[in-house]
Design a protein around this ligand. Structure first.
Ligand code: SF4
Ligand code: SF4
Length: 442
């Protein structure tokens, strides 16, 4: 008997490619009425999803139809920015049956899961809940492309990424899993500045890379190369103690951070100015100082766009969430508005203005998809590339593997994902975090 679609996804190691890394076979095991493709790609400077929709629309649509079949969804919606006319044209040509497009304005964070559910269906995910609770499932473009390949028996061995910023040629390309940031940047012609610092992911939610040899995983979105002295890098690398000190001393409670917060505008109990007030007035020793941060989606907007004082309410919200988790208390957010804010439509943050505010206008260049990256000499496959448990190696040091061969799988019964070789070669090393492969030259 032919395996079910979810089983194909499990065998192929498909996980959410948009950043979450949630194992897709689990999502496909649920029943929903609406399946959503997240093609918003709202992070400035990243264009790989747009390029995948433009060049591989048939695959994306096939993946959507498989996901709809698996979950019983009778409506498939592809959410894409209205300005991407070439991608829209390609999708329209490929779509069939109960599929439709949701054309999004160019705002940030249009790709936040609860935002996209609201934009596409008008439904509001319950506070702290998931789209499944309102009959929806959401997957990134590349995840559904990978699902389409999985049904053909092709496992996940690559990742689409954009390399942009201060590089010779901003590009998007499909890379073997496990290449380093250094190799990816070299593929884009190398850095244009003498002192580059690299953000893995987008400028808003990405983190500053500490090690350029860190490997690309199934959730890597791209690499943004900037001069080390760029204000965005300086702000992202502020020490926590400094962040807290200036937060306590300089927050004037103007509440701009809250008034533009996308979660607050959807009616959730997220009010970063109150978290800043809690930090300054009550202090971290008080149990509920950060109660208004529990539903923060960590989009970064309040720190990088909204705050006129150049403070870090986003980072303070994260500290607050972690302190609450560490305390062992079950999170109990206060009641929010309970409905979308009446001014929400007018307070969406335009990506163009965000790019200027971030000081990235000079780096906002097209990053077209180029051919697949040549096979590298070596790769490092991280055992944890997904939500849940890390995979356990099933190969030995010194053994030979073919590209696409299973090299690690999750512990029995645990949430996790299979991991396959991204190049053909020899297992050079296995350690607690990774399987290292060296390419076969024969
Ligand atoms: S990071 Fe800031 S703007 Fe974004 S959801 Fe959290 S509090 Fe709101
Ligand atoms: S926007 Fe900045 S100054 Fe205003 S309340 Fe928020 S953190 Fe404080």
């Amino acid at each position: 008997m032919e395996p079910k679609i979810a089983e194909y996804a499990r065998l192929a190691g498909v996980v959410g490619a948009g950043g979450a890394g949630f194992p897709t076979h689990v999502k496909l095991g649920s029943q929903v009425d609406t399946y959503l493709v997240n093609g918003a790609e709202c992070e400035p400077l990243l264009y790989k999803d747009k390029e995948l929709m433009r060049l591989q629309a048939g695959r994306v649509v096939d993946g959507l139809s498989r996901a709809m079949e698996a979950t019983g969804a009778n409506r498939g919606i592809i959410a894409v920015k209205a300005k991407y006319s070439d991608a829209i044209q390609a999708l329209r040509s490929a779509m069939w049956g109960n599929m439709e497009l949701c054309l999004l304005d160019n705002f940030y964070p249009a790709g936040d899961e609860v935002v996209i559910v609201h934009e596409a269906t008008g439904r509001t995910v319950p506070p702290g809940g998931i789209p499944l609770q309102v009959g929806c499932a959401v997957n990134n473009v590349e995840t559904l492309l990978n699902l389409s390949l999985a049904v053909q028996g092709t496992p996940v061995t690559t990742k689409a990424i954009t390399v942009c910023g201060a590089v010779e040629t901003p590009i998007s390309f499909v890379a073997p899993l496990g290449i380093s940031a250094r190799q990816a940047i070299a593929h884009a012609g190398g850095a244009l500045v003498r002192n580059p610092t690299v953000i893995e992911g987008g400028p808003m939610m990405g983190a500053v890379l500490q090690d350029l040899d860190a490997p690309c995983t199934k959730t890597t979105g791209g690499y943004v190369v900037l001069p080390t002295e760029h204000p965005l890098i300086r702000k992202k690398t502020r020490p926590d103690e400094f962040t807290k000190r200036i937060g306590r001393s300089s927050c004037d409670q103007c509440s701009h951070c809250t008034e533009l917060c996308p979660r607050y505008l959807l009616g959730y109990a997220v009010e970063p100015h109150k978290v800043m007030r809690g930090l300054g007035m009550a202090g971290e020793s008080v149990r509920n100082w950060a109660l208004w941060s529990l539903l923060c989606c960590e989009c970064g907007l309040c720190s990088l766009y909204s705050c006129p004082e150049d403070l870090n309410p986003h980072e303070v919200c994260i500290m607050g969430k972690h302190s609450r988790t560490a305390s062992g208390d079950p999170p109990r957010p206060p009641p929010g508005l309970g409905r979308a804010h009446p001014m929400r439509t007018f307070r969406k943050t335009p990506v163009d203005r965000l790019i200027h505010r971030l000081g990235l206008a000079d780096w906002d260049l097209p990053a077209p998809m180029v051919g697949d990256m040549p096979q590298p000499g070596s790769v490092r496959l991280m055992l944890k590339q997904n939500l849940g448990a890390p995979a356990l190696p099933i190969v030995q040091k010194g053994s030979w593997v073919d590209r696409g061969q299973l090299v690690a799988k999750p512990p029995q019964g645990a949430l996790g994902a299979n991991l396959h070789a991204s190049i053909s070669g020899k297992v050079e090393r296995i350690d607690a975090t990774s399987v290292w492969l060296v390419r076969s030259t024969s």
